[in-house]
Design a protein around this ligand. Structure first.
Ligand SMILES: Nc1ncnc2c1ncn2[C@@H]1O[C@H](COP(=O)(O)OP(=O)(O)OP(=O)(O)O)[C@@H](O)[C@H]1O
Length: 625
């Protein structure tokens, strides 16, 4: 008993919490005119329910007047009955129209809020989720809130009004207490059975919805890997796993539908029994002269009518519970702190022009069990270029992500001029920094829109200048629709090198105070790279620049080169100094030189075997060092 009461307390508590969120989140999201409209709609719904509740009275009057021979009054009452039934239906239809506008506005606001929050969540949260999962969470959540709003407006309110009217009429019409007793017992039993059914359905609904979401996840994963699937000819395998995933969803929905059907049958039985019992009792009362024929009709009408609101109330409970389940993931998503909450800095960067980047004793790990960066200290004076080189996985891009505050360091400090990055607002920091990432992802929009995304207010001239620096002009010239070419989802209609040029142009157009180039030219062929490199050098002149590069030839002119190994800076200096030192950098340089020689030797037609062998053995000995 104690156990059950604690369950109910818990449920009441969670219902209160959700209602609080409903009021705060949902109600708060409505504009004043939307609220007024919602009040208006609710008023109409209540009016419709009241008219519906009173209409059997007119029918009763018609029947009583018919039996007493007062034909004209009976006709009037019959007309009133028809009018009331029609009015309540017409009100419902009219209400749907007005409600549609409010509900759509409401959904639009919710979508906007939810996506804005999802976008503001820390980068790591996005990496942890499967593609499409966030969008599904938002869609499900909005559907859930909408269901709850529908249920509240169209069911809860009319239920209260209709049942209130029915009770008032039955009591004032002096319907015998035995009939009222059966009616009350019916409503209670019906309600309890329905409640039990809802609880039973809830678990099954959750299982089915989860199975569905998993199936969708499998399918979108397959679509995201479309190229890989084709190249490995794994269509059959993928089709089978999609089929299995949807079959699991189907089986879960079958189980849910079985429970719904069994409950529905049970409720129909209860209803039939209650209708039979009340009509039997009413007939006996009529026979004994204690109830008029009109009273008999009234009882029949109300048994039929009371079942409507009770059923709708049950449906409402089901809709509310399902709505609650659908919103669960969105509610927890909305409760997750966004980036701004985790980075409470509010300062802005004073002045203009290039910034000095200072990094002191920085340590970081994505996972506390595996540190990635250890004690990194660097300074890039304003307007200078520092190149970060080193093996794959040594932590170069991670450092760039920390500079942009996509992650927060575990210890140590990052500073721009004299301001710690943690003190800066994210928008102040990110509007001063431009990044050309390793993998460029573009918006599914035109080339022009993708470029202007960096600075929407930029003039045509500025846009074209940026495109020239990035070597984008020749790309645009050969495209049939030029700047209006739509680049495809994530920019997939462009080659890797073309996308990289868009990314460079975007960064140049932004006019940053700190430029981060993370293998910005890695996807370009050597000749294009050389052409862009000199333009990039021009663009970077006077801008503080951190260049991450694998091809050392692209950074030999940097003011300083830092070599990273396993999350540590192991060497620093200018190109010539590092070469002369004969350390890690010199080894990397020789290895790349040799591979270039090998490449040239292999590419040269008629290269004699001796020169190829010499180049390969030189490369092998360097790589083995
Ligand atoms: N989001 C992440 N979560 C967990 N570990 C990560 C994440 N991103 C990178 N890592 C790990 O951190 C280490 C450093 O990665 P990082 O991308 O910084 O290396 P990198 O030097 O830029 O490599 P590359 O030259 O190949 O781009 C790698 O071992 C990588 O597996």
């Amino acid at each position: 008993m104690h156990f059950r009461s604690s369950i109910y307390r818990e449920r009441l508590h969670s219902l209160r919490r959700v209602l609080g969120e409903f009021r705060g989140g949902l109600w708060g999201a409505l504009s004043a005119s939307q609220r007024r409209r919602l009040f208006f709609v609710s008023g109409l719904v209540a009016l419709g329910a009241g008219v519906q509740g009173l209409s059997p009275l007119a029918l009763t009057t018609a029947v009583d007047n018919l039996t007493s021979g007062n034909l004209s009054f009976a006709l009037l009452a019959a007309l009133a009955y028809a009018g009331m039934a029609g009015t309540s239906r017409a009100l419902r239809q009219g209400v749907s129209l007005a409600y549609g506008t409010v509900a759509r506005g409401f959904e639009r606001d919710l979508y906007r809020q939810a996506y804005a929050h999802a976008l503001a969540l820390p980068h790591a949260v996005h990496l942890d989720r499967r593609a499409g999962e966030l969008a599904r969470t938002v869609t499900d959540g909005v559907r859930g809130w909408r269901r709850m709003l529908d249920a509240a407006v169209f069911t809860a309110l009319p239920f209260v009004v209709e049942v209130g009217t029915v009770c008032a009429v039955l009591i004032s019409a002096a319907v015998p207490s035995s009939i009222l007793g059966v009616l009350l017992a019916f409503v209670l039993i019906y309600g309890l059975v329905f409640h039990r059914g809802i609880l039973e359905q809830r678990g099954s609904f959750r299982t089915a919805a989860k199975a569905d979401a998993e199936a969708q996840g499998v399918a979108s994963d397959a679509l995201a890997n479309e190229e890989t699937v084709k190249l490995f000819t794994r269509e059959a395998l993928v089709e089978e796993s999609i089929g299995k995933a949807f079959a699991r969803g189907g089986a879960a929905w079958d189980a849910y539908n079985r429970i719904v059907a069994v409950n529905g049958l049970l409720l129909s039985l209860i209803f039939t029994f209650a209708l039979g019992a009340t009509l039997l009792l009413a007939a006996r009362e009529v026979a004994a002269g204690r109830l008029s024929a009109g009273g008999f009709v009234l009882v029949n009408a109300y048994v039929l009518q009371v079942v409507g609101p009770v059923e709708r109330l049950g449906q409402m409970a089901r809709e509310m519970v399902q709505g609650l389940d659908l919103t669960a993931r969105l509610r927890s998503l909305m409760a997750e702190p966004d980036e701004a909450a985790l980075s409470p800095g509010t300062r802005t960067l004073p002045g203009q022009g290039p910034l000095t980047l200072t990094i002191q004793d920085l340590a970081f790990g994505y996972d506390p069990r595996r540190p990635v960066l250890h004690g990194i200290s660097l300074v890039i004076p304003a307007g200078r270029t520092l190149a970060l080189v080193g093996r794959s996985g040594s932590g170069k891009s991670t450092l760039a992500r920390l500079i942009c505050s996509l992650y927060r360091p575990d210890s140590g400090a990052l500073q721009l001029d004299d301001v710690p990055i943690s003190d800066l607002s994210l928008s102040a920091l990110r509007s001063a920094v431009a990044v050309v990432p390793q993998d460029t992802v573009l918006l599914h929009d035109t080339l022009r829109a993708n470029l202007l995304f960096a600075r929407p207010e930029a003039s045509e001239r500025e846009m074209l200048d940026a495109a020239r620096v990035a070597g984008l002009e020749p790309v645009v010239e050969v495209l049939p629709e030029g700047w209006d070419t739509v680049v495809g989802e994530r920019g997939l209609r462009l080659s890797g090198g073309e996308k990289q040029r868009v990314a460079i142009a975007r960064a140049v157009l932004k006019g940053p105070r700190l430029l981060l180039l993370d293998e910005a030219t890695a996807s370009l062929d050597t000749r294009t790279e050389q052409a862009i490199q000199s333009s990039l050098d021009d663009a970077a002149r006077g801008v503080t620049t951190l260049v991450i590069a694998h091809r050392l030839s692209t950074v030999r002119g940097a003011d300083e080169i830092a070599v990273m190994e396993e999350g540590r800076i192991v060497e620093r200096g200018r190109h010539e100094v590092l070469l002369a030192a004969g350390g890690r950098y010199a080894a990397l340089w020789r290895a790349q030189e040799n591979s270039a020689v090998v490449g040239r030797a292999i590419g040269r037609h008629g290269a004699d075997d001796t020169s190829l062998r010499t180049s390969l053995s030189g490369l092998a000995s360097d790589l083995n060092r």
